[in-house]
Design a protein around this ligand. Sequence first.
Ligand code: IMP
Length: 498
Amino acid sequence: MAKKIYWEYSRTLMEFRLLPGLTTKESQISKVSLRTPLVYSEDEDSKYYLNIPIVAAAMQSVSGVEMGIELARLGGVAFIYCSQSVQQEAEMIRKIKKYKAGFVPPETVSPQTSIKELHELTRKRGYNTFPVVNGSNEFLGIITKNDYDVKPHGHLPVEDRMIPRSEITVGVNIGDIKEANTLLRETHQPYLPIVDDKDRLLYLVFRKDIRNHLDNPLEVLDEQKRYLTTAAINTHDYEKRVPALVEAGADVLAIDSSDGHTVFQGEALKWIGENYPEAPVIGGNVITEEGFNYLVENGARAVKVGMGGGSICITQEQKGTGRGLATSVIKVAEARDRYFKETGRYIPLVADGGIVHSKDVVVALALGADYAMMGRYFARMDESPTEKMTIRNQVMKPYWGEGSTRAREWKEARYHQAMFVEGVEGFVQYAGKLKDNLPETLSKIKASMSSVGAANIKELHENAELEVVSALSIREGQPHDIYLPGGDNSYTAINWGD
Ligand code: IMP
């Protein structure tokens, strides 16, 4: 006889509807904030926050460098997949970290650095502009790759070729990006050095970064104004992978596993906590209160919730394990809220797998999640790492699970111990650029929150009332008793009534 049998069905997100509450002036759509914690942090002003409650899954067909950059620019993050070598994953993180916004503490050179050394540095770092400072960090000038030619100038010191301080407009103690922009507009320079009142260099502000920053007010940044980067790890090679990812600049790590309630995950969390306490780790996936408690006791600072619901997932079919995502979130959120009451530590929950519509995201949030992880949604975009293809006149992109045969070709991947696959390989309909798709998704989420009367996700947790709907009522919510036009003068009739 089994230890326990639950007779209630587990529920999916699609089975719930939100009941409207009073929409206040504060919760009108234009005022709704989607800011949400990425991992537990004592400091509300820390970098560990997202500006939209959506992140891209750690999958080969979803999250590479382009997705990492574009999603951070738009307020979320993409989890770089770990089904690749440690070096390749670290290199992806490094590439995302190169992008920066606004005020950048720059790498400097001394006036005595030779042009040859500078040229080498330019090649290694991929930057073209280096401020020149003396031993007290006083700003002396700037040298860019337009100011020298290695062959004739290689032996010269930088000070012989730099543009000297006297010819450069600088900002003194400016901390506001708009102020820096105003000053830059008056110059012909592509950059603005910012110094303190003793002429010591603080930052370099680039014209192109300012424009980018002003166009993307939701971008998520670290303390050095670089994009926030998040990386997946596994329980097999974390002792090698974590040091390389942290060194490359990963801000947050997430253990990628379809079943996170394991001693292997407990050990990995403990090891990282002891050796890399500066790297917060998201644990998961779990679907029970016990799973949540276990991960948090071992140091997880956020927890991914969900098993078996992913669009490419066949875990339920193969292993018979899993739970509807709504029930999983409800159960784990109960444990999280209890843990919060007892300890004052708020552990964000990530609803993961099988989220298809914007409304599913809101339902997951209302039930207690803090953000949603999606694979299929992002796989359709230009920024996913796959190539578009046309199949029967439809533009598609390939999409495959991390437990599919295709991903398992990466032999150290997480499923390498199993003799069977847990995911499938297929196609999803191409959707275009992320920046052309995301606004509609976010606008729907905001509209639902506004209807509930929630100005932010915390209020959604507090105010939301949900109801399970019948299959018939779901049908009623779709167009019916109407002829819908199709292509070529055709139509689809949906008629139930007279
Ligand atoms: P989707 O948004 O419905 O496409 O689900 C994406 C999620 O499915 C990921 O974030 C993972 O949690 C999960 N997943 C990814 N690959 C596999 C797989 O091969 N088998 C089972 N689950 C997977």
